[in-house]
Write a protein that binds this ligand. Structure first.
Ligand code: ATP
Ligand code: MG
Length: 321
Protein backbone atom coordinates (compact mmCIF):
# COMPACT_ATOMS: atom_id res chain seq x y z
CA UNK A 1 0.00 0.00 0.00
CA UNK A 2 1.47 3.33 -1.06
CA UNK A 3 0.74 6.23 1.27
CA UNK A 4 1.19 9.80 0.10
CA UNK A 5 0.92 13.16 1.82
CA UNK A 6 2.46 16.62 1.66
CA UNK A 7 2.70 19.80 3.67
CA UNK A 8 3.22 23.31 2.35
CA UNK A 9 6.27 25.22 3.60
CA UNK A 10 4.12 28.34 3.79
CA UNK A 11 5.09 29.11 7.39
CA UNK A 12 5.91 27.36 10.64
CA UNK A 13 4.25 23.95 10.96
CA UNK A 14 1.57 24.01 13.65
CA UNK A 15 -0.44 21.66 15.83
CA UNK A 16 -3.24 21.56 13.23
CA UNK A 17 -0.77 20.13 10.73
CA UNK A 18 0.57 17.87 13.44
CA UNK A 19 -2.67 16.28 14.65
CA UNK A 20 -4.50 16.48 11.31
CA UNK A 21 -1.73 15.17 9.06
CA UNK A 22 1.65 14.48 10.66
CA UNK A 23 0.51 12.06 13.38
CA UNK A 24 -1.35 9.81 10.90
CA UNK A 25 1.55 10.14 8.44
CA UNK A 26 4.04 9.06 11.09
CA UNK A 27 1.82 6.19 12.28
CA UNK A 28 1.31 4.96 8.73
CA UNK A 29 5.00 5.02 7.85
CA UNK A 30 5.28 1.58 9.46
CA UNK A 31 2.27 0.15 7.66
CA UNK A 32 3.01 0.71 4.01
CA UNK A 33 5.24 2.46 1.51
CA UNK A 34 5.17 6.16 2.44
CA UNK A 35 5.90 9.02 0.03
CA UNK A 36 5.94 12.30 1.98
CA UNK A 37 6.86 15.64 0.48
CA UNK A 38 7.27 19.32 1.20
CA UNK A 39 5.01 21.14 -1.22
CA UNK A 40 7.14 24.10 -2.24
CA UNK A 41 5.48 24.63 -5.64
CA UNK A 42 2.18 25.10 -3.81
CA UNK A 43 3.74 27.57 -1.40
CA UNK A 44 4.73 29.90 -4.22
CA UNK A 45 1.10 31.04 -4.07
CA UNK A 46 1.64 32.50 -0.60
CA UNK A 47 5.41 33.01 -0.08
CA UNK A 48 7.07 35.53 -2.36
CA UNK A 49 10.51 35.84 -0.73
CA UNK A 50 12.97 33.19 -2.02
CA UNK A 51 15.04 33.08 1.17
CA UNK A 52 11.94 32.68 3.30
CA UNK A 53 10.72 29.81 1.13
CA UNK A 54 14.07 28.02 1.34
CA UNK A 55 14.23 28.49 5.11
CA UNK A 56 10.65 27.23 5.48
CA UNK A 57 11.46 24.08 3.50
CA UNK A 58 14.42 23.37 5.74
CA UNK A 59 12.37 24.04 8.89
CA UNK A 60 9.54 21.79 7.74
CA UNK A 61 12.02 18.98 7.01
CA UNK A 62 13.63 19.42 10.44
CA UNK A 63 10.19 19.38 12.09
CA UNK A 64 9.30 16.10 10.40
CA UNK A 65 12.58 14.44 11.26
CA UNK A 66 12.38 15.68 14.85
CA UNK A 67 8.83 14.35 15.19
CA UNK A 68 9.87 10.88 14.09
CA UNK A 69 9.88 10.65 10.31
CA UNK A 70 12.25 7.83 9.45
CA UNK A 71 14.02 8.50 6.12
CA UNK A 72 14.89 4.80 5.91
CA UNK A 73 11.16 4.00 5.81
CA UNK A 74 9.66 7.02 4.08
CA UNK A 75 10.59 8.51 0.72
CA UNK A 76 10.86 12.11 1.94
CA UNK A 77 11.37 14.76 -0.73
CA UNK A 78 10.86 18.31 -1.92
CA UNK A 79 8.02 18.62 -4.46
CA UNK A 80 10.05 20.79 -6.84
CA UNK A 81 12.79 18.15 -7.07
CA UNK A 82 10.31 16.10 -9.12
CA UNK A 83 9.31 18.57 -11.87
CA UNK A 84 7.48 15.72 -13.68
CA UNK A 85 4.52 16.60 -11.47
CA UNK A 86 3.89 19.71 -13.60
CA UNK A 87 3.56 17.67 -16.75
CA UNK A 88 0.97 15.41 -15.17
CA UNK A 89 -0.84 18.49 -13.81
CA UNK A 90 -1.08 19.87 -17.35
CA UNK A 91 -2.48 16.62 -18.71
CA UNK A 92 -5.01 16.48 -15.85
CA UNK A 93 -6.04 20.06 -16.44
CA UNK A 94 -7.11 19.15 -19.99
CA UNK A 95 -9.88 16.96 -18.55
CA UNK A 96 -10.73 19.26 -15.63
CA UNK A 97 -13.97 21.24 -16.01
CA UNK A 98 -13.78 24.83 -14.74
CA UNK A 99 -16.87 24.24 -12.61
CA UNK A 100 -15.07 21.58 -10.58
CA UNK A 101 -12.45 24.12 -9.45
CA UNK A 102 -14.94 26.96 -9.06
CA UNK A 103 -16.73 24.90 -6.41
CA UNK A 104 -13.61 24.38 -4.25
CA UNK A 105 -13.95 25.91 -0.76
CA UNK A 106 -10.25 26.49 -0.21
CA UNK A 107 -10.04 28.83 -3.21
CA UNK A 108 -13.08 30.78 -2.03
CA UNK A 109 -11.69 30.88 1.54
CA UNK A 110 -8.33 32.24 0.37
CA UNK A 111 -10.06 35.01 -1.63
CA UNK A 112 -12.21 35.85 1.39
CA UNK A 113 -8.97 36.19 3.37
CA UNK A 114 -7.68 38.81 0.94
CA UNK A 115 -5.47 36.70 -1.36
CA UNK A 116 -5.70 38.12 -4.87
CA UNK A 117 -7.11 35.56 -7.28
CA UNK A 118 -4.48 34.08 -9.59
CA UNK A 119 -4.31 31.00 -11.74
CA UNK A 120 -2.10 28.99 -9.38
CA UNK A 121 -4.45 29.50 -6.45
CA UNK A 122 -7.35 28.43 -8.66
CA UNK A 123 -5.53 25.44 -10.16
CA UNK A 124 -4.09 24.25 -6.82
CA UNK A 125 -6.37 21.16 -6.69
CA UNK A 126 -5.10 20.03 -10.13
CA UNK A 127 -1.46 20.18 -9.02
CA UNK A 128 -2.49 18.40 -5.84
CA UNK A 129 -4.18 15.69 -7.90
CA UNK A 130 -0.94 15.30 -9.86
CA UNK A 131 1.03 15.07 -6.57
CA UNK A 132 -1.09 12.10 -5.57
CA UNK A 133 -1.63 10.34 -8.90
CA UNK A 134 2.03 10.57 -9.97
CA UNK A 135 3.00 7.89 -7.43
CA UNK A 136 0.08 5.42 -7.85
CA UNK A 137 -0.93 6.33 -4.29
CA UNK A 138 -3.47 4.20 -2.45
CA UNK A 139 -4.02 6.20 0.71
CA UNK A 140 -3.73 9.92 1.48
CA UNK A 141 -3.71 10.95 5.16
CA UNK A 142 -4.95 14.58 5.38
CA UNK A 143 -7.01 16.97 7.47
CA UNK A 144 -10.66 17.50 6.63
CA UNK A 145 -9.99 20.72 4.68
CA UNK A 146 -8.43 18.54 1.98
CA UNK A 147 -11.41 16.18 1.61
CA UNK A 148 -12.85 18.11 -1.31
CA UNK A 149 -9.47 18.21 -3.08
CA UNK A 150 -9.28 14.42 -2.75
CA UNK A 151 -12.67 14.22 -4.45
CA UNK A 152 -11.32 16.39 -7.29
CA UNK A 153 -8.32 14.04 -7.53
CA UNK A 154 -10.56 10.98 -7.80
CA UNK A 155 -12.74 12.76 -10.32
CA UNK A 156 -9.78 13.61 -12.56
CA UNK A 157 -8.32 10.09 -12.31
CA UNK A 158 -11.73 8.74 -13.30
CA UNK A 159 -11.93 11.05 -16.31
CA UNK A 160 -8.48 10.03 -17.57
CA UNK A 161 -9.27 6.34 -17.13
CA UNK A 162 -12.64 6.71 -18.83
CA UNK A 163 -11.20 8.59 -21.79
CA UNK A 164 -7.89 6.84 -22.35
CA UNK A 165 -8.22 3.37 -20.83
CA UNK A 166 -8.82 1.61 -17.52
CA UNK A 167 -6.05 1.43 -14.94
CA UNK A 168 -3.95 4.29 -16.27
CA UNK A 169 -4.26 6.14 -12.98
CA UNK A 170 -4.76 4.54 -9.59
CA UNK A 171 -7.79 5.64 -7.56
CA UNK A 172 -6.61 6.98 -4.16
CA UNK A 173 -8.58 6.97 -0.89
CA UNK A 174 -8.46 9.77 1.70
CA UNK A 175 -7.60 8.88 5.31
CA UNK A 176 -9.14 11.42 7.70
CA UNK A 177 -9.32 10.94 11.45
CA UNK A 178 -12.54 12.51 12.68
CA UNK A 179 -11.20 13.37 16.16
CA UNK A 180 -8.47 15.63 14.78
CA UNK A 181 -9.96 16.48 11.38
CA UNK A 182 -10.13 20.24 11.99
CA UNK A 183 -7.98 21.73 14.73
CA UNK A 184 -9.23 25.23 15.62
CA UNK A 185 -6.85 28.18 15.50
CA UNK A 186 -6.38 30.79 18.22
CA UNK A 187 -9.26 32.76 16.71
CA UNK A 188 -11.61 29.76 16.44
CA UNK A 189 -11.30 29.41 12.65
CA UNK A 190 -9.36 26.49 11.12
CA UNK A 191 -5.75 26.76 12.25
CA UNK A 192 -3.77 27.69 9.11
CA UNK A 193 -0.23 28.86 8.47
CA UNK A 194 -1.51 31.62 6.27
CA UNK A 195 -4.16 32.85 8.76
CA UNK A 196 -1.73 33.87 11.50
CA UNK A 197 -3.73 31.96 14.11
CA UNK A 198 -1.42 29.04 14.87
CA UNK A 199 0.33 27.33 17.73
CA UNK A 200 3.62 26.25 16.11
CA UNK A 201 5.24 22.92 17.00
CA UNK A 202 8.47 24.59 18.03
CA UNK A 203 9.52 27.96 19.36
CA UNK A 204 10.77 29.73 22.46
CA UNK A 205 8.90 29.02 25.69
CA UNK A 206 7.99 32.64 26.38
CA UNK A 207 6.70 33.31 22.87
CA UNK A 208 4.60 30.14 22.78
CA UNK A 209 3.12 30.84 26.21
CA UNK A 210 2.19 34.31 25.05
CA UNK A 211 0.27 32.82 22.11
CA UNK A 212 -1.72 30.56 24.43
CA UNK A 213 -2.50 33.45 26.77
CA UNK A 214 -3.84 35.40 23.76
CA UNK A 215 -6.66 32.92 23.04
CA UNK A 216 -9.93 34.86 23.32
CA UNK A 217 -12.28 33.87 26.13
CA UNK A 218 -15.55 35.30 27.42
CA UNK A 219 -15.94 37.56 30.44
CA UNK A 220 -17.41 35.06 32.94
CA UNK A 221 -16.18 36.06 36.42
CA UNK A 222 -13.61 33.74 38.05
CA UNK A 223 -16.02 32.38 40.66
CA UNK A 224 -18.76 31.45 38.13
CA UNK A 225 -19.08 28.23 36.07
CA UNK A 226 -17.66 28.59 32.56
CA UNK A 227 -19.33 27.44 29.33
CA UNK A 228 -17.57 24.34 27.91
CA UNK A 229 -19.32 24.48 24.54
CA UNK A 230 -17.19 26.26 21.92
CA UNK A 231 -14.24 26.83 24.27
CA UNK A 232 -11.08 26.98 22.14
CA UNK A 233 -8.91 26.42 25.23
CA UNK A 234 -10.79 23.23 26.07
CA UNK A 235 -10.83 21.96 22.48
CA UNK A 236 -7.06 22.45 22.18
CA UNK A 237 -6.41 20.95 25.62
CA UNK A 238 -8.23 17.78 24.53
CA UNK A 239 -5.55 17.16 21.89
CA UNK A 240 -2.77 16.95 24.46
CA UNK A 241 -4.35 15.89 27.76
CA UNK A 242 -4.99 12.41 29.13
CA UNK A 243 -8.67 11.56 29.38
CA UNK A 244 -8.55 12.00 33.16
CA UNK A 245 -6.95 15.47 32.94
CA UNK A 246 -9.41 16.53 30.26
CA UNK A 247 -12.38 15.37 32.37
CA UNK A 248 -10.93 17.21 35.36
CA UNK A 249 -10.70 20.42 33.34
CA UNK A 250 -14.34 20.06 32.24
CA UNK A 251 -15.34 19.54 35.88
CA UNK A 252 -13.39 22.67 36.88
CA UNK A 253 -15.04 24.68 34.09
CA UNK A 254 -18.45 23.64 35.39
CA UNK A 255 -17.63 24.12 39.08
CA UNK A 256 -16.45 27.73 38.84
CA UNK A 257 -13.70 29.18 41.01
CA UNK A 258 -11.01 28.84 38.32
CA UNK A 259 -10.04 31.67 35.97
CA UNK A 260 -9.26 31.32 32.27
CA UNK A 261 -5.61 32.15 33.06
CA UNK A 262 -5.42 28.91 35.05
CA UNK A 263 -6.98 26.86 32.21
CA UNK A 264 -4.64 28.45 29.69
CA UNK A 265 -1.64 27.60 31.86
CA UNK A 266 -2.74 23.94 31.96
CA UNK A 267 -3.09 24.00 28.17
CA UNK A 268 0.34 25.56 27.78
CA UNK A 269 2.02 23.01 30.08
CA UNK A 270 0.47 20.08 28.23
CA UNK A 271 1.42 21.56 24.82
CA UNK A 272 4.98 22.38 25.88
CA UNK A 273 5.57 18.95 27.45
CA UNK A 274 4.14 17.13 24.44
CA UNK A 275 7.01 18.29 22.20
CA UNK A 276 9.79 17.99 24.76
CA UNK A 277 11.50 14.97 23.18
CA UNK A 278 11.02 16.25 19.64
CA UNK A 279 12.46 19.63 20.67
CA UNK A 280 15.64 18.00 21.95
CA UNK A 281 15.93 15.91 18.78
CA UNK A 282 15.42 18.97 16.63
CA UNK A 283 18.20 20.85 18.40
CA UNK A 284 20.51 17.92 17.73
CA UNK A 285 19.54 17.74 14.04
CA UNK A 286 20.20 21.44 13.63
CA UNK A 287 23.86 20.82 14.41
CA UNK A 288 24.18 19.02 11.08
CA UNK A 289 22.89 21.34 8.31
CA UNK A 290 23.91 18.97 5.50
CA UNK A 291 21.73 16.18 6.85
CA UNK A 292 18.40 17.66 5.75
CA UNK A 293 19.68 18.27 2.23
CA UNK A 294 21.07 14.74 1.99
CA UNK A 295 17.79 13.21 3.14
CA UNK A 296 15.75 15.28 0.67
CA UNK A 297 18.10 14.52 -2.22
CA UNK A 298 18.03 10.78 -1.55
CA UNK A 299 14.21 10.96 -1.34
CA UNK A 300 13.98 12.90 -4.60
CA UNK A 301 16.00 10.29 -6.47
CA UNK A 302 13.62 7.52 -5.38
CA UNK A 303 10.47 9.61 -5.95
CA UNK A 304 11.59 10.68 -9.40
CA UNK A 305 12.20 7.11 -10.52
CA UNK A 306 8.65 6.16 -9.54
CA UNK A 307 7.20 9.33 -11.07
CA UNK A 308 8.87 8.60 -14.41
CA UNK A 309 7.16 5.21 -14.69
CA UNK A 310 3.69 6.62 -14.05
CA UNK A 311 4.21 9.68 -16.24
CA UNK A 312 5.44 7.57 -19.15
CA UNK A 313 2.35 5.40 -18.82
CA UNK A 314 0.12 8.50 -18.98
CA UNK A 315 2.10 10.08 -21.84
CA UNK A 316 1.73 6.90 -23.86
CA UNK A 317 -1.99 6.67 -23.17
CA UNK A 318 -2.79 10.24 -24.23
CA UNK A 319 -0.58 10.14 -27.34
CA UNK A 320 2.47 12.13 -26.29
CA UNK A 321 5.12 9.42 -26.33
P1 ATP B 1 -1.84 27.15 4.34
O1 ATP B 1 -2.48 28.18 5.22
O2 ATP B 1 -0.63 27.64 3.62
O3 ATP B 1 -2.83 26.46 3.42
P2 ATP B 1 -2.10 25.04 6.25
O4 ATP B 1 -1.80 25.38 7.66
O5 ATP B 1 -3.53 24.94 5.84
O6 ATP B 1 -1.28 26.03 5.33
P3 ATP B 1 -1.29 22.85 4.57
O7 ATP B 1 0.13 22.72 4.20
O8 ATP B 1 -2.24 23.44 3.59
O9 ATP B 1 -1.38 23.64 5.96
O10 ATP B 1 -1.83 21.42 4.98
C1 ATP B 1 -0.97 20.35 5.36
C2 ATP B 1 -1.79 19.25 6.00
O11 ATP B 1 -2.25 19.67 7.29
C3 ATP B 1 -3.04 18.87 5.21
O12 ATP B 1 -3.22 17.47 5.31
C4 ATP B 1 -4.15 19.58 5.93
O13 ATP B 1 -5.39 18.95 5.76
C5 ATP B 1 -3.65 19.51 7.36
N1 ATP B 1 -4.19 20.62 8.16
C6 ATP B 1 -3.94 21.93 7.97
N2 ATP B 1 -4.57 22.67 8.89
C7 ATP B 1 -5.25 21.79 9.70
C8 ATP B 1 -6.10 21.95 10.84
N3 ATP B 1 -6.35 23.14 11.35
N4 ATP B 1 -6.62 20.82 11.40
C9 ATP B 1 -6.36 19.60 10.89
N5 ATP B 1 -5.57 19.39 9.81
C10 ATP B 1 -5.01 20.47 9.22
MG1 MG C 1 -3.97 24.68 3.72
Amino acid sequence: MRILSGIQPSGKLHIGNYFGAMVPMLDLQHKGEPYYFIADYHSLTSVSEPDVLRANVRDAALDFLACGLDPEKAVFFRQSDVPEVNELAWILSTVCPMGLLERCHSYKDKLAKGFSPNHALFAYPVLMAADILLYDSDLVPVGKDQKQHLEVTRDLAGKINEKFGDDILKMPEPFIQESTAVVPGLDGQKMSKSYNNTLPLFGGKKALRKLVMRIPTDSTPVEDPKPTEGSIVLDLYKLFATEADYNQMIADYKAGGFGYGDFKQRLFDAYWDHFEEARARREELEQNPQLVEDVLQAGATKARAKARIVLDRVRGAVGLA
